[in-house]
Design a protein around this ligand. Structure first.
Ligand code: PMP
Length: 424
């Protein structure tokens, strides 16, 4: 008889579930495709050279372990908002941005959700279908209702633009819409600039509040400014908005947890009230955010030479991701007719409610070449994923998401010629 006898073991999310299964698998040739980190050719998590150098400099500059203020590292926060909105953005010049350092992107989302719960009377959030699994949980824990808007087109392997805009138009004034500005997780499908501008207009007219979750800036196009074009289009069109930023993937500082949550307000006075509210809430969550990662990112973004080197390395990572996507898709395209038929035996590809997925085809796979960022959705359904886990020791997540960070040459070699065909 214990205090916790009523407690049932909860179901883990799809990402943790795949990772744990992979860890428990004794097969030495197993392949983890649930990863969030980026592996090099030998399957080790990479550290960028610019980050190594910033680390050296940040440690030399300040070896003490003084606690940070509630808002975190002020220089880091300043650099973070400049990266999101643009260094010369009107909202920054006019002092209309409230911002605090957070414990990476997850806690930036959580702090926003908490702000919504505490200070916002609409207890609802609209999310893309599908979205990062943790989005569902973060808002669910605060008992904020979620409704999904159409986003992924399924068979087209692209955004369902018509469905997305129709859903935006149907929303009610005052509601909050979660958007991913680049390298959409899990689909890899993004809007282009003209689409962002149109979405900004629809949302301005409908009085909808945008919340951007920016976890992969730079890793969609290889260009940090380009990947912020959605955020900047909204800012320039006069939106008030919030942005969560993770620096985990684009700096490879996954474990150090640098992150930021910022709000663009209509006046400096409102920004001051939001700023203090965020600090009051952060006080009871983590009091002061971790210093080490923020110091490194501050150095990285402030030193012109390091910054240039970092930008080149981000571009390099993006190119590698695209090469891996190409290898994945090419392998599928080259698979035999027999392999394609065995795919069909296991059912049609991942059937999104609003997609027109019916039968798989080589053409659908080719369309996946247009996807961007760390992930690929080629149309695996949960049954096919279960077969990959059980019979082939290959571990994408249950929703069919493949982490390109794990499609390394050594992994490809482990399963010579067969990794890609086994996936079918
Ligand atoms: N949002 C999205 C869409 C993500 O994919 C991630 C990373 N998996 C995050 C936020 C935040 O992750 P982290 O807390 O590691 O920065």
């Amino acid at each position: 008889q214990g205090w916790f006898q009523h407690l049932k073991v909860p179901r883990r999310d799809t990402i943790c579930e795949a990772r744990l299964r992979c860890r428990a698998d004794p097969n030495p040739d197993k392949i983890d495709l649930s990863l969030v980190t980026f592996r090099d050719d030998d399957n080790n998590a990479i550290v960028l050279e610019s980050v190594r150098e910033a680390k050296r400099q940040a440690q030399l500059a300040d070896g003490a372990h003084e606690i940070q203020s509630l808002a975190g590292h002020p220089g880091f926060v300043q650099r973070a908002i400049e990266l999101a909105y643009g260094a010369d953005a009107a909202c920054i010049r006019e002092g209309r941005v409230a911002a605090v350092q957070t414990v990476s992107g997850t806690a930036a989302c959580r702090l926003f959700a908490q702000f919504q719960f505490r200070h916002y009377r609409y207890r609802q959030i609209h999310m893309p279908r599908p979205t990062w699994f943790n989005h569902l949980k973060i808002w669910e824990h605060l008992r904020i209702q979620r409704s999904d808007y159409r986003y992924y087109g399924g068979r087209t392997r692209d955004v369902n633009w018509a469905g997305f805009t129709q859903d935006l138009e149907r929303m009610s004034a005052g509601e909050i819409v979660l958007l991913q500005p680049c390298a959409h997780n899990p689909t890899g499908c993004d809007l282009d600039l003209a689409q962002w501008q149109e979405a900004a207009e629809i949302m301005l007219e409908g009085r909808l509040f945008p919340f951007f979750d920016c976890a992969y800036q730079g890793l969609a196009s290889g260009d940090l400014d380009n990947d912020a074009q959605g955020i900047r289009a909204f800012e320039q069109s006069g939106h008030e908005m919030a942005v969560a930023q993770s620096f985990a993937a684009n700096t490879t500082l996954w474990g150090e947890r640098p992150g930021c949550l910022s709000f663009v307000c209509s006046t400096a006075k409102e920004a001051e009230a939001v700023q203090t509210s965020l600090e009051v809430m952060a006080r009871s969550l983590w009091s002061s955010p971790p210093a080490y990662g923020a110091r490194i990112v501050h150095t990285l973004l402030s030193d012109p030479d390091l910054r240039q080197q970092w930008e080149a390395e981000v571009k390099g990572m993006t190119e590698t991701l695209q090469q891996r996507r190409q290898a994945l898709v090419q392998g599928l395209m080259d698979a035999s007719e027999e392999t394609w038929q065995s795919w069909a035996l296991h059912g049609s590809p991942h059937q999104m409610q609003d997609s027109e997925d019916d039968a798989p085809s080589r053409l659908d796979c080719e369309a996946a070449l247009n996807q961007r960022g760390m992930f690929s959705m080629i149309g695996l359904n949960p049954k096919q994923v279960a077969i990959l886990h059980k019979e082939h020791s290959i571990y994408p997540t249950r929703n069919g998401r493949i982490a390109l960070g794990g499609i390394t040459p050594s992994n490809l070699q482990k399963a010579p010629h067969s990794l890609l065909s086994k996936m079918l």
